[in-house]
Design a protein around this ligand. Structure first.
Ligand code: GLN
Length: 276
């Protein structure tokens, strides 16, 4: 343990950073390439770089943005200012879709409001033969999405989901996955400092947080083939509202699944099979 590392921990702690010690260790390792517990101390150049990052973290910029990449499931994504950080909460959303697609040959999948592309990329890694398209509107997020999907089979499309549905071929998609913006106006106003650094466009779900669920339930059934699935990340208090929207718009077999923190996190809705 060296004095510089101890000072770094204290600085982040004083700034109210949750898990200050973990973040300090991550930043130290990122700058020096060495383990702070075994290291004698940073060089002058390292100390200067560390100081810049410590100040940004003390200003509560997300650790993910400072490191420039973050793990999701079994892979690593490029992240930075302008895109929503991939969260462990979302892993179960991807895993739910992967389970649903187990019996489907060459599935066609859309990831709407894709951000870094974490959900679509996770599905493509599970099913290399899948045809996955990640859709994102934001120019800033788009740069991370293209960087993350380069060299993979995942396609990208820059589009606004409030218009895209008109252009989709009916009955053509097996599964639509989305982690749409879902914070309420009240939650937007009370965001953690870290979340306040993330793009509002990725978080703001309208006054009651449900704008995107209304859109997805009302407009995206047509593109799915009969029996196809809509797999949605939700805020932990939104399960009953989103299930009710699903029923209102004629979806079947609505179900909710929890994340590994024990919070309601995923809603699955199924498009009715063709009758008769
Ligand atoms: N899970 C995020 C948060 O709680 C919200 C993500 C979203 O709106 N899609 O900050």
């Amino acid at each position: 343990m060296n004095a510089a590392f101890q000072a770094l921990c204290a600085r982040l702690q004083a700034a109210g950073v949750p898990d200050a010690r973990f973040d300090a260790a991550q930043l130290y390792r990122f700058v020096t390439g060495r383990d702070p517990r075994l290291d004698k101390g940073p060089t002058e150049a390292e100390a200067a770089r560390l100081d810049v990052l410590a100040e940004r973290r003390a200003q509560r910029e997300p650790l993910q943005y400072l490191l420039g990449e973050w793990d999701f499931l079994d892979f690593t994504l490029k992240v930075g200012p302008g895109v929503l950080c991939p969260r462990a909460d979302s892993e179960v959303v991807c895993e739910t879709a992967v389970e649903l697609l187990r019996e489907v040959q060459n599935p066609v999948v859309l990831d709407l409001c894709a951000g870094t592309g974490c959900l679509g990329l996770g599905i493509a890694r599970a099913y290399p033969q899948a045809q996955v398209t990640c859709v994102e509107k934001s120019d800033a997020a788009w740069r991370y999405l293209t960087a993350n999907t380069t060299g993979t089979a995942v396609q990208t499309m820059q589009a606004d989901v409030f218009r895209l549905f008109r252009a989709l071929t009916p009955d053509s998609v097996d599964l639509i996955i989305s982690n749409p913006p879902y914070l309420t106006a009240e939650e937007m106003a009370a965001r953690m400092p870290e979340t306040a650094h993330e793009p509002a466009m990725a978080l703001d779900g309208g006054t009651d947080g449900l704008d995107f669920y209304r859109l997805l339930c009302a407009r995206y059934g047509t593109a799915l083939r009969p029996g196809g699935w809509l797999v949605l990340e939700i805020g932990c208090a939104q399960a009953s509202d989103v299930l009710a929207l699903g029923r209102q718009y004629g979806w079947q077999n609505g179900a909710c699944r929890k994340d590994y923190g024990g919070n309601d996190r995923v809603i699955v809705l199924q498009k009715p099979q063709k009758s008769g």
